[in-house]
Design a protein around this ligand. Structure first.
Ligand code: PLP
Length: 397
């Protein structure tokens, strides 16, 4: 009999992390791979933040902290949101990345068989996290014609008496698309009718918004306020993916239960990282504003380059640092070695082999026929990668 729990056979490792590792392995072997599979900014953590962490170490802030985070950081989070909604320290938990906050929320609320609605394309980890919590992910395929966003009819059709959560992620990973105020208000109208349904608003890319100001569901959902769990963090906006600081803001009942789980598993998030995150939120925002401008420029460059490649159809994204181009026109075509491209996995495998460009197949995000292209790299790499992709796809017959 296997030592492993039965449910573990149902869980997949993160496809994006696996691909990033594969690209890194090739690079370490000396292969000139251009890695566009990454889910993190390409620039270093801002200087003032690094300095704050060094000062925290020197000041001996190296011990256990309260499980749910230091009060200074909670107060800084309250301050960030003060013009949008009122929250108290009891509404906040700081965790080891936004990922842990989402995971703890599920463990704290999901009973066996409870359903979680996940619009697809989705961030790779959502369905497996739901499964680990013994829930049932209910994947709702969202059409490219609505820019991959869930619309009221689809949402309503997916809701059952077992639905516990709706997951919303805007700007979205992998598509980079952002819900408009009107679209969010339309979803709120549906959600108002289902008082037992909670909404997890994953706003981790909120600040990386290129067409308008940052906002999220909470800004237009006053009647749902008691049923929204906001997920955010410093990983993406402040280029702090390795520091592992994320947070959740929501009903005290849920936050308390998440704290219990955190207290019996990982305890507090890294003390030094918390002081670094404190500086990220309280310190100058100039670096963030500058990086938004840089990302917008890279988005435009990447979009123009990819749109220029025959057979690839690209939509202009509005946030995060991803494009999600369509590659299904290559399905059925033959590679120079005689293999046939059957799906997005084959297509990305071919690009890695032939073009030495790592991108992530849409299937990893529940959307066959597409691939995720991260433009959080230098302009030089963007140009090189696009040229290599162009050359490689021209060889498909
Ligand atoms: N949510 C989404 C949509 C993400 O893309 C990611 C990271 O890739 C996370 C959450 C997790 O963020 P963190 O690194 O803070 O755990």
């Amino acid at each position: 009999m296997s030592i492993l729990a039965t449910y573990i056979h149902n869980i997949k490792p993160s496809a994006t992390l696996a691909l990033a590792n594969k690209a890194k392995e090739l690079k370490d072997k000396g292969v000139d791979v251009l890695n566009l599979s990454v889910g993190e900014p390409d620039f270093d953590t801002f200087e003032n933040i690094k300095e704050a962490a060094i000062n925290a170490i020197r000041a001996g802030k190296t011990k256990y902290t309260p499980v749910g985070g230091i009060t200074e950081l909670k107060d800084a989070i309250i301050d960030v949101y003060k013009d949008r909604f009122v929250c108290t320290r009891e509404n906040i938990i700081v965790s080891t990345g936004a990922k842990q906050a989402i995971y703890n929320a599920l463990l704290a609320t999901v009973n066996e068989g409870d359903e979680v609605i996940i619009p697809s394309p989705y961030w790779v980890s959502y369905p497996d996290m739901v499964k680990i919590a013994r829930g049932r992910p209910v994947i709702v395929d969202c059409d490219a014609r609505t820019n991959f966003k869930i619309i009221p009819d689809l949402l309503e059709a997916a809701i059952t008496s077992r639905t516990k959560w709706l997951f919303l992620n805007s700007p979205n990973n992998p598509t980079g698309m952002k819900y408009s105020e009107v679209e969010l208000r339309e979803l709120v109208e549906v959600l108002k009718k289902y008082p037992n349904l909670y909404i997890l608003s994953d706003d981790i890319y909120e600040m990386l918004s290129y067409e308008d100001k940052p906002y999220s569901l909470v800004d237009f959902a006053e009647p749902l306020r008691g049923r929204i769990l906001v997920i955010n963090g410093v990983s993406k906006s402040y280029s702090m993916t390795g520091w592992r600081i994320g947070y959740a803001i929501g009903p005290t009942e849920i936050i308390k239960a998440m704290s219990v789980i955190q207290s019996q598993s990982t305890s507090n998030p890294c003390s030094i990282s918390q002081y670094a995150a404190l500086e990220a939120l309280n310190g100058t925002q100039q670096y963030l504003l500058d990086s938004i401008k840089i990302f917008r420029k890279k988005r435009d460059i990447a979009y123009n380059l990819l749109s220029d490649i025959g057979g690839i159809e690209c939509r202009k994204s509005e946030g995060a640092f991803y494009l999600f181009p369509e590659c299904s026109s290559f399905f059925g075509k033959k590679t120079p070695e005689g293999g046939v491209i059957e799906n997005s996995n084959d297509f990305c495998g071919y690009l890695l082999q032939e073009a030495r460009v790592a991108v992530v197949p849409g299937s990893a995000f529940g959307a066959e026929g597409y691939f995720r292209f991260s433009y959080a790299v230098s302009e030089e790499i963007l140009t090189k990668a696009s040229h290599r992709i162009k050359e490689a796809v021209e060889k498909l017959k």
